[in-house]
Design a protein around this ligand. Sequence first.
Ligand SMILES: Nc1nc2c(c(=O)[nH]1)N[C@H]1C(S)=C(S)[C@@H](COP(=O)(O)OP(=O)(O)OC[C@H]3O[C@@H](n4cnc5c(=O)[nH]c(N)nc54)[C@H](O)[C@@H]3O)O[C@H]1N2
Ligand SMILES: Nc1nc2c(c(=O)[nH]1)N[C@H]1C(S)=C(S)[C@@H](COP(=O)(O)OP(=O)(O)OC[C@H]3O[C@@H](n4cnc5c(=O)[nH]c(N)nc54)[C@H](O)[C@@H]3O)O[C@H]1N2
Ligand SMILES: [Mo]
Length: 748
Amino acid sequence: MSDKKSIDVYLKPAGGWDALKSSWHALRDQQVVLKGAGTLLRANQPSGFDCPGCAWPDRNPHSTFEFCENGVKAVANEATSKRVTREFFAEHSVQWLSQQDDHFLEAQGRLTEPMAYDAAGDRYRPIGWDEAFATIAGSLNALASPDEAIFYTSGRTSNEAAFLYQLFVREYGTNNLPDCSNMCHEASGVALTEQLGSGKGSVTLEDFELAEAIFIFGQNPGTNHPRMLAELRDASRRGCRIVAFNPLRERGLERFANPQSPAEMLGGGSTKIASEYYQPRIGGDLAVATALAKVVVERDAVDREFIATHTLGFEEFAASVRAADWDELERESGLSRAQLEEAAGIYIDSRATILCWGMGITQHPRSVATIQMLAALLLLRGNIGKPGAGPCPVRGHSNVQGDRTMGIYEQPSPAFLDRLGAEFDFQPPREHGYDTIGAIEAMHDRRASVFFAMGGNFAAATPDSAHVHEAMRRCELTVHVSTKLNRSHLVHGRQALILPCLGRTEIDLQANGPQAVTVEDSMSMVHLSSGMNPPASDYLLSEPAIVARLAAATLPRSRTPWLWLVEDYDRIRERIAQVISGFEDFNRRVRAPGGFHLHHPGRERVFPTASGKAGFFVHPLSSDSSKSEAPLRLMTVRSHDQYNTTVYGLDDRYRGVHGLRRVCFISTHDLQRLGLRDGEMVDITSLWRDGERTVTGFRLVEYDIPSGCLASYFPETNALVPLEHHAERARTPASKSIPVRLSRSAAA
Ligand SMILES: Nc1nc2c(c(=O)[nH]1)N[C@H]1C(S)=C(S)[C@@H](COP(=O)(O)OP(=O)(O)OC[C@H]3O[C@@H](n4cnc5c(=O)[nH]c(N)nc54)[C@H](O)[C@@H]3O)O[C@H]1N2
Ligand SMILES: Nc1nc2c(c(=O)[nH]1)N[C@H]1C(S)=C(S)[C@@H](COP(=O)(O)OP(=O)(O)OC[C@H]3O[C@@H](n4cnc5c(=O)[nH]c(N)nc54)[C@H](O)[C@@H]3O)O[C@H]1N2
Ligand SMILES: [Mo]
């Protein structure tokens, strides 16, 4: 990482020597060089740990170590030798820490012992584990109703920890289980469950080897799922068409040099990734998908037999896309009719197509409609339940999908609750709980006063930062189970606790010996993960142990043998096997190399929806209720040097940004139109029904992005996202389409 601020243009392929150099720097900066090599060799290996980076699946479990620059950063930052000690907390007041940026907080290293907030000294002071659990139990049991407590989860939590956690929360008496999914792929789950009967993607890695075309909407794999580039590279080399839709020109979607290929590294070669790259305007994808569907229908390039046997609603859908007006499609998508027809032609020519999407699709007001339109595009040509084809929502956190499978969900089904209650001999609460936005509102209105987080960084990851901070400060108690210091520890309730836990890379020793946990990747493979580094401190507990001890302290009459279960995680898995379908014989099957695949009914063309068929839904373009007078739309994206709210460094290499994060990408046309210059400092103001929100001091960076569209990094810009600006039905914050205007910075 450089400290010098500069902007340049990155012309090299993604990956390559720069990726190796940057990984080396990450290891050096975190002082994990010696241990690092061994640690890295065990990432995503059968006997190693699951990479805490992204949810992209592992290749053949018997193949050699798969190099991934951002995986290295994630591992290095967890395996760091830096420590946050009691002396550190004694030295710095919370007021002082609050003034430091996210990069500083992350750089302090691993948390080492439980801490409790002391208001008199405005400092965190050490507290014993028993006293910490007694404090939480006391607060929880003093509430007038269990629904006054909120239990958040971030997606790194293992299946075993997640299962125990949701069980504890439900035995305690509430379904208030918001999670990071609420801000992430919720829209994919809502859309696909209704339409196909399963909220997950249906494809596997083998399908990537067979696809004739791969369409990628609103996803930046070069930064966020670097291992996906290896699949895309191989696909591209065998002639598969890769079609990208992204307002920004993302380097990782254009060219890639595989750091694992000596020929490419030494010969200076690289592979073209996207054969076609379209730059729709922000939020233009519903129009794109509608236009593609229109061409497919009008050219009668549909799979009649599939449609007749497996779907409902085709006639109405076909009529609606035929009626769609080209002028409106061009205006809304930002692409020309010729471009849209060209893309549709590629889709029609391919006999097997995968559609991938990420946050560029889900974090919009009409994300559910857009995803249902994308899935309809697949249905039109029978591109599901056949080799090389299907929907591929690319998940974020390494176990976000598994956490949902384990029951981390504020809207559990009655059938799930029945099984859980029968297995553990209690009456689970039936009323649905708060999602992330609901949780913020409840804390703000003082309907909830205890906030407990299993990982994550709620204060920084959520929209409308000022409002969220106010909400968290109104709590009686905030508790964070964490590995690293973050903003959420500093925006706290009247009482506050930090509970430090083991990370994925560390040995988890329980009464019956070292334990492995399990995770589920983006393609529904469930596999083991066991750490091998000594814990960062002797005082750390594993997440399952934290839940078990908290439950034992809070629920003295529970019939669940909490402490016995965590002596050996096989015991937890035995109970999971009883409750969660697809996990029969869990302990045996998960020990097969690479684990096992959870059945996706769509692969057999079975669609367990209400009607028993896959559905075509009509989604007119015109009903975007968030349309606003604002002259510009801002999307908030990830830089190459961050993991969500965790800021590893200040560079965004592929976009040519070095040493700074407060940047705003803008088109040449908008610069001219607004009388602004590249390099100038601006304030960004979002315009919403309830008023304006402003963030100050962003440097303009002239970039290849459509006119009317801007991009900046989160979490710096989360203050701009109004809480009620979210996806219809899924309530995913619309943090990729914020209506804004720019003004020259007074500070400049
Ligand atoms: N290194 C690293 N890896 C990560 C993460 C990380 O922060 N760092 N985060 C993890 C998590 S939790 C997640 S969810 C994933 C996120 O992975 P991505 O989904 O790739 O996330 P973003 O960086 O938000 O990028 C979204 C992309 O969508 C584009 N986009 C924005 N708006 C639109 C639009 O309206 N239409 C279209 N077509 N495109 C649009 C942006 O230009 C950007 O390229 O990555 C996971 N992996
Ligand atoms: N504006 C805007 N906002 C967004 C997004 C966006 O694109 N734009 N993306 C959204 C998305 S997709 C997501 S998923 C959310 C992410 O929201 P979160 O999941 O809440 O946030 P993270 O930044 O991933 O959490 C990082 C913290 O997790 C803790 N941690 C790391 N590893 C472990 C572990 O093994 N165990 C425990 N207990 N703690 C651990 C560390 O203390 C670290 O500080 O943010 C959302 N917010
Ligand atoms: Mo995410």
